[in-house]
Design a protein around this ligand. Structure first.
Ligand SMILES: CSCC[C@H](NC=O)C(=O)N[C@@H](C)C(=O)N[C@@H](CO)C(=O)O
Length: 660
């Protein structure tokens, strides 16, 4: 295969994908955000497009903007969305019959969660309301015009920085009401809670349901959200749910009788199945519809007749939509969802449903990021082909599923092999083992620029869902509760052995990389075996003690991933930390992390780098300036990541290019 016909790292700027799918009531049209990568700003931008059932595409908005958060009005005549075209994010509206568009707000911070009332007269939305920060100290004696250093920053909140959001400012997210005619939004909530979960109106418009964590100790009980009811007439807020555990995504049925929501009883483990609950709003009687599913439901939409719900959940690396009636068994509709996580092959998708039951969803294929798909008449139809222009003439890696037994206990584990373009089974290839993070997430047969680029460089790429991954049920995910890393290491090694046994891998040319939880496991691997020629450990946790005390979401991590606080169980923390095994490492190991990663802070990578230096192991550190945990979010950072990983591996290939 000619090199020009395979994927090159700069091609990531040509990728597009669909998001924010909104289907019209009659199912004839789907509005969606067509995301694209802007090579000048190095950012993902997006405009609204419309696609009909026969695949006819029309632009709805245009311009180099970030447009998102789209919500089609109940009568399908207007489209509300958030756009940054005036310089900062504002609510905009388009009247679809005339194409007239208006900026509806002049807000000082970014709006989110646009939610139409059933009569189309109002939009509820949320916005952060800053509070005045008064530093406890002010310096005396500054002469007029003097240029002193920036003032010291005083912090006293539990959450003082968030990955991807930077250092926090004092204040809370509040709920607002905007007339669909525009004008001044009215603030509905004022208290010292983040009223920031999903919202749903009662059908008569008198109440607004929302989810939030409004417990006094909410900062240290990070997953204990509940559903609340806001009375528009009085401003009164009352709790609808009250259990220990998350309750979110409230959704009132079209006939106004029921409230559906998602949640689980918090048993303090690393994972519980998220179930669908339905409450009869007059009797208060509540039932779980998915207690027997043994999968986590990620989203739901009511059937137009209020007789059941369409639900989305991950299953063995794929994402499904099923119809779950209020009484009786679920009916599977499609398993073709995915494609929104275009860097690595995580499950990531969304769907919407028309009144007649036509389902639109993000259509996944291993060789394309998310397109718009439709499920109608029992069939799946791919409505858009957003990347055929950029990728259609390229030879991409074929992705093949395989199952194998883990050497630890014979457990069945699922994985995928991505074959280099022009693959010949009679030749021997180098292998890259690529490991996902989470750790409770799932990879699947979805497009991933990183996997495709390693394959385009000539590697057979192997990725699996080791024990602890989601999409296989509660027992599988809980296997690593207080036990990570553990036999997931054996699962990974068994995958390598299984693929070697197929006969086309050069056993001397094994490489390993992984990010975040996958960084933990790749560092664990080099501390436990020397069978890999080189490794790249991306954005890892190296030392659980320091991770819990530097990561943004620390009240969660110490509580759900460990039996005690770090100082109460030093031995347990260190026994599970890759740093404890650095003395065994001989594999050349490079670190790669964003400097603004507040999830797995770069200090984790620095510890390993310095330890490897002290050990005399070949190492290097790649720091990506300003990049948060999601390194891939700026296309050039995704390019840097892949180019550095491939470069590091090439240094240790037998027939390698001359080292510069
Ligand atoms: C309820 S927060 C749990 C942590 C969170 N899990 C979801 O992915 C997380 O951020 N984990 C990181 C340590 C991690 O491994 N992230 C993965 C997957 O998102 C990554 O590849 O970045």
């Amino acid at each position: 295969t000619e090199l020009s016909e395979t994927l090159q790292s700069q091609d990531v700027f040509d990728l597009e994908y669909a998001a924010d799918l909104n289907i019209t009531n009659d199912g004839s049209e789907v509005y969606f955000i067509r995301h694209y990568m802007d090579i000048h700003s190095d950012k993902k931008l997006g405009n609204i497009w419309k696609v009909t059932q026969n695949g006819e595409l029309t632009p709805v908005t245009t311009g180099k903007h970030q447009q998102y958060g789209m919500a089609l009005s109940p009568d399908n005549k207007r489209l509300a969305y958030i756009s940054s075209e005036s310089g900062n994010p504002q609510i905009h509206m388009q009247w679809l019959e005339t194409g007239a568009t208006g900026q509806m707000t002049n807000l000082t911070t970014a709006p989110s969660r646009l939610t139409w009332s059933a009569d189309g007269k109002y939009l509820a939305f949320q916005m952060f309301v800053p509070e005045k920060a008064t530093p406890p100290v002010s310096l005396p004696g500054k002469p007029e015009g003097a240029e002193w250093a920036e003032p010291a920053i005083y912090i006293d909140d539990v959450y003082y920085r968030f990955d991807g959001g930077g250092y926090t400012k004092p204040g809370y997210t509040q709920i607002f009401l905007l007339s669909a005619q525009g004008g001044t939004p009215r603030q509905l909530t004022f208290d010292e809670f983040n009223n920031n979960g999903a919202m749903s109106w009662s059908q008569d418009g008198k109440q607004l349901y929302f989810s939030a964590n409004r417990h006094q100790n909410f900062r240290l009980e990070p997953v204990n959200t509940d559903i609340y009811r806001y009375e528009l007439a009085s401003g009164e807020i009352s709790a609808v749910t009250d259990r220990n555990g998350p309750d979110n995504q409230p959704s009132v049925s079209p006939d106004g009788r029921y409230l559906a929501y998602l949640g689980y009883d918090d048993r303090g483990t690393n994972y519980e199945n998220t179930q669908v609950y339905v409450r009869d709003l007059s009797s208060g009687k509540t039932q779980s519809l998915t207690a027997d599913l043994d999968r986590s439901v990620d989203s739901l939409h009511w059937d137009g007749s209020s007789r059941g719900l369409y639900i989305q959940y991950d299953d063995q690396g794929k994402t499904r939509v099923a119809y779950q009636p209020l009484k009786g068994k679920a009916k599977q509709l499609t398993d073709k969802l995915g494609g929104q996580s275009y860097g690595r092959p995580y499950t990531s998708s969304e769907f919407d449903v028309a009144s007649d039951g036509t389902v639109t969803f993000t259509y996944s294929a291993p060789d394309r990021p998310a397109d718009v798909g439709l499920h109608t008449g029992g069939k799946d139809i791919q409505l858009t082909h957003l990347n055929d222009d950029a990728l259609g003439h390229k030879t991409l890696a074929k992705v093949e599923e395989f199952w194998f037994k883990s050497s630890a206990d014979g457990r069945d584990i699922q994985g995928w092999i991505a074959y280099p373009p022009g693959f010949d089974k009679d030749k021997k290839y180098p292998m890259v083992l690529e490991i996902h993070g989470g750790p409770v997430t799932a990879y699947g047969p979805h497009f991933a620029a990183e996997i495709q680029l390693y394959a385009a460089a000539g590697y057979v790429v192997v990725y699996i869902n080791p024990r602890g991954s989601s999409s296989y049920g509660e027992e599988f995910a809980q296997t690593i509760h207080l036990n990570y890393p553990s036999q997931d290491y054996d699962d990974l090694m068994s995958a390598v052995d299984t693929v070697i046994d197929k006969g086309f891998i050069d056993e001397r040319e094994l490489f390993v990389t992984g990010g975040s939880g996958g960084g933990v496991l790749s560092a664990w691997i080099v501390g436990h075996t020397d069978r890999f020629k080189a490794a790249v450990v991306a954005k890892p946790v190296i030392n659980w003690y320091s991770f819990v005390l530097t990561s943004d979401f620390y009240p969660y991590f110490y509580k759900y991933w460990f039996a005690a606080k770090p100082w109460e169980d030093l031995e347990g923390y260190m026994q599970r930390s890759p740093i404890s095994y650095v003395g065994n490492v001989t594999t050349p190991t490079m670190l790669l992390t964003g400097e603004a990663d507040y999830r797995t802070p770069i200090s984790e990578s620095e510890q390993y780098y310095q330890a490897l230096k002290l050990q005399g192991v070949e190492t290097a550190m790649v720091r990506i300036p300003d990049a948060p945990h999601g390194i891939y979010k700026r296309p050039s950072n995704l390019m840097s990541k892949v180019e550095y990983i491939l470069w590091w591996f090439e240094q240790y290939r037998d027939e390698r290019p001359v080292k510069n």
